[in-house]
Design a protein around this ligand. Structure first.
Ligand SMILES: *Cc1c(COP(=O)(O)O)cnc(C)c1O
Length: 424
């Protein structure tokens, strides 16, 4: 399977039916799994044997989808979660405890910002936000003795800032900590962060991976590349008394981080995906490669139309030549970024509202990455908790419209925009 190209893996990785078994990944809608003896089940609880026993900790449908996403990203293992938020949370607290500290790019999703700024802080985990285009000196200055990871988004939602992954990875590694990257927007079709030094990848599978807006989900993927044996990660390198003193790095090698995420955090926090949602996610993954290609080509046509329209004050699409992140986008996602574009309509916040209300094909929803074109005004919705200064740091202006270009015929999408602009 590892020899196949990524679009083939989208369809086949993770599930290989044997003789007479279902061709399509089955939904194993069972909380529990039967064993012949208590002794056999005890070995599972001790992590001595592999096997399913309770769906919070593992399930055949989830397992197949986890293997598929790990294969797409090029990681050693993955864990599905109930949402992207749960994935971000668990990715951090798997290696950060009270008293520890995170360095995060300021260009991140509003929900992740709140998680770091409020909830993690209340849990005693500090966070320093850095500008995504910080110099090396500025980035270094954000680190503390208790810093345990660096966090960024490959392609930020909604600012569309492209992170210089190799630079962030190099600085994180120089400080002995991993780079955790949220790769939701480009998906592994357009960017595979492990190839540029990132150590852990997170996803909101709610977005392009699903692509049809039918389930909320998340995923954590482990590259297996980070060496945890530098004294900063005792939770991975010293005995875990809740599993009879096993040491994750000794017992699970390259899969230490992702195994601990499951056996410790999922066991205790229980934000697992449901088998039905994993099945729906898998349907989305099967067509991910072909959908991303069309999302990108449609978005490029819309971006070019907007760029040449005199009612538009500015446009941000990193695949457009002249964009501030064009070079980084060409380096890290040369086949395209994603279908999301942001722009401002002349006349500011009010004109933006009138434009959005006049759209007929595109709908106003709190969502992106759907096959139906949709629009959102972040300053008054997803990012409304932020003050103007925080908005600016996250790269969001009050007039910013986020358009997620869908898979409809591009002429119809552009026609809709044209008629709505006529009302502005
Ligand atoms: C939507 C989103 C999340 C949160 O995911 P949910 O599935 O909504 O919990 C995290 N990161 C990014 C980049 C997102 O777009």
């Amino acid at each position: 399977m590892s020899d196949y190209r990524i679009d083939t893996k989208c369809i086949h990785a993770g599930y290989h039916p044997g003789n007479g078994e279902p061709r399509v990944l089955p939904i194993v809608q069972s909380t529990t799994f039967r064993y012949e003896t208590s002794e056999a089940m005890g070995r599972l609880f001790d992590l001595d044997d592999n096997g399913f026993f309770y769906t919070r900790l593992g399930n055949p449908t989830l397992d197949a989808v986890e293997q598929k996403i790990a294969a797409l990203e090029g990681g050693v293992g993955a864990m599905l979660t109930s949402s992207g938020q749960a994935a971000s949370m668990m990715a951090i607290i798997n290696i950060c405890h009270a008293g520890d500290h995170v360095v995060s790019s300021s260009a991140i999703y509003g929900g992740t910002f709140n998680l770091f700024y409020k909830t993690l802080k209340e849990m005693g985990i500090g966070c320093t936000f850095v500008n995504p285009d910080s110099t090396e000196e500025e980035l270094n200055a954000a680190f503390q003795d208790n810093t345990r990871c660096v966090f960024a988004e490959t392609l930020a939602n909604p600012s569309l800032v492209v992170t210089d992954l190799e630079f962030f990875a190099r600085v994180a590694h120089a400080h002995g900590v991993p780079l955790i990257v949220d790769n939701t927007f480009p998906t592994p079709i357009n960017c595979r962060p492990f190839e540029f030094g990132a150590d852990i990848v997170t996803h909101s599978t709610t977005k392009y991976m699903d692509g049809h807006a039918v389930q909320v989900g998340g995923c954590i993927v482990d590259s297996g590349n980070f060496d945890w044996n530098n004294g900063k990660f005792p939770m991975l390198t010293e005995p875990d008394e809740s599993y009879h003193g096993i040491v994750y790095t000794e017992r699970f090698g390259k899969a230490a981080y992702i195994t601990k995420a499951r056996t410790h955090l999922m066991r205790d926090l229980g934000a697992q995906a449901s088998p039905m949602n994993a099945f729906l996610l898998n349907l989305g993954l099967e067509t991910l490669a072909i959908r991303m290609e069309r999302h990108c080509s449609n978005a490029m046509q819309v971006a070019k139309f907007l760029e040449s329209n005199d009612k538009i004050s500015w446009i941000n699409y990193p695949s457009l030549p002249g964009n501030a992140c064009y070079e980084l986008a060409q380096k890290y996602m040369p086949n395209g970024t994603c279908g999301v574009i942001s722009f401002g309509v002349k006349g500011g916040r009010e004109a933006a509202m009138r434009f959005m209300d006049s759209l007929k094909l595109a709908s106003v929803v709190t969502h992106v990455a759907d096959l139906r074109t949709c629009v959102l005004h972040p300053a008054s919705t997803t990012h409304r908790q932020m003050n103007d200064e925080q908005l600016k740091e996250a790269g969001i202006t009050p007039d910013l419209i986020r358009m997620s270009v869908g898979l409809e015929n591009p002429a119809d999408i552009i026609g809709d925009i044209e008629q709505a602009l006529a009302n502005v």
